[in-house]
Design a binder for this molecule. Structure first.
Ligand SMILES: [Zn+2]
Ligand SMILES: [Zn+2]
Ligand SMILES: [Zn+2]
Length: 343
């Protein structure tokens, strides 16, 4: 293929994990902004809030009272989007009106008893406890015969719709494999069959060689602005060793995960001098009991901010109807996100 200036010319990039494309328009970055401006939180929240249903000792919506917990705390979602024991059933009319009953379990994981902390401001040993809780939950929920996929995620900040600033994440375990991991599974499987190697192992080694989009690393993990990033400051966190799930991580690797989570999110906060909003989550092998040698554990961070703490990216118009588009190239986003002292 003829060489092409990715820094100057409009082009599209392929996401090999999902088989989708993103349009990149680097010539447009000087476009003036007259759109919506967001509010920046002015005051940090207090370390304890008596109105918060996640703080220790407080009452939750359904009436249960939280224990006086000291580290992490897990409870069943009081308004769960999925229920265990949903009966089998559904409908299929000519392949057009199709529905299927879905069973699952939804939990909330408080990362800390402190109402005011964020992952970026927690101590690394405390984050290690969060990693351990994710591992235990993934294992316990995945062991249910009716659970085939466990999605661990965090919505941070009002801009991402997080209704409560208390540091917490969610775990939704379902009987079916949701769309995003299903797409990634198909892509990883076909790469494995075609090349006899793991898609993300190959990708990490390419990024390692170029270093252009690598922003942060330690002995066991690398954080990269993916070549195909859609969100301006999107990153992917990939284990260096081929591991299919969090359960496969050694104790040292769990420490490294805690370390890189802290450094990556602290860097995010530093970019616009605000607690950076994002949705993040892990993708790992399904818990359907099949051997999934093609699966490689990773986490995605999708932050909505575009050019300042108050200007966010909207996925509208062309992006809803055609394909996602970005102006700032992933390479220049990586320059801004690069952590000092890569370790
Ligand atoms: Zn709280
Ligand atoms: Zn791999
Ligand atoms: Zn993924």
């Amino acid at each position: 293929m003829a060489s092409f200036d990715l820094k100057e010319l409009p082009h599209r990039r392929f996401n090999p994990l999902t088989g989708t494309w993103v349009l990149v328009s680097p010539h447009r970055t000087e476009r003036p902004w007259q759109g919506q401006v967001e509010q920046v939180p002015t005051e940090p929240p207090p370390s304890y809030d008596d109105q918060c249903y996640m703080c220790p000792g407080n009452k939750r919506a359904a009436g249960a009272r939280n224990p006086d917990y000291k580290n992490t705390f897990i409870f069943g979602n009081d308004y769960p989007p999925l229920l265990p024991g949903t009966p089998d059933g559904g409908m299929d009319q000519e392949g057009l009106l199709v529905a299927a009953g879905e069973t699952g379990i939804c939990r909330v994981l408080c990362f800390s008893p402190r109402h005011d902390l964020t992952i970026s401001r927690m101590e690394t040993p405390d984050l290690r406890r969060v990693v351990d809780a994710w591992v235990e939950q993934w294992q316990e929920l995945g062991n249910h015969p009716f659970i085939n996929y466990v999605q661990i995620f965090e919505n941070r900040g009002a801009m991402m719709g997080a209704s409560n600033p208390h540091p917490h994440g969610q775990i939704w375990a379902s009987s079916s494999i949701p769309d995003e991991p299903a797409k990634e599974q198909a892509a990883q499987q076909s790469h494995y069959r075609r090349y006899g190697s793991c898609l993300l192992c190959c990708y990490v080694s390419l990024e390692q060689k170029s270093g252009e989009r690598l922003i942060c690393e330690n002995d066991h993990f690398a954080a990269i602005v993916p070549f195909w990033a859609i969100w301006p400051f999107e990153t992917i966190l990939i284990s260096r060793r081929h591991a299919a799930s969090l359960v496969d991580l050694s104790s040292q690797e769990r420490n490294s995960l805690a370390d890189i989570l802290k450094r990556l999110t602290a860097k995010y906060d530093a970019v616009f001098q605000v607690p950076f909003p994002y949705s993040m989550g892990f993708h790992q092998r399904p818990t359907d009991g099949q051997s999934r040698e093609e699966w490689h554990l990773h986490a995605h961070f999708y932050p909505p901010l575009l050019r300042s703490a108050t200007v966010r990216k909207f996925m509208v118009g062309y992006e809803m109807l055609a394909t996602p588009q970005r102006d700032v190239t992933p390479e220049s986003a990586a320059q801004r996100l690069r952590c000092e002292g890569k370790k």
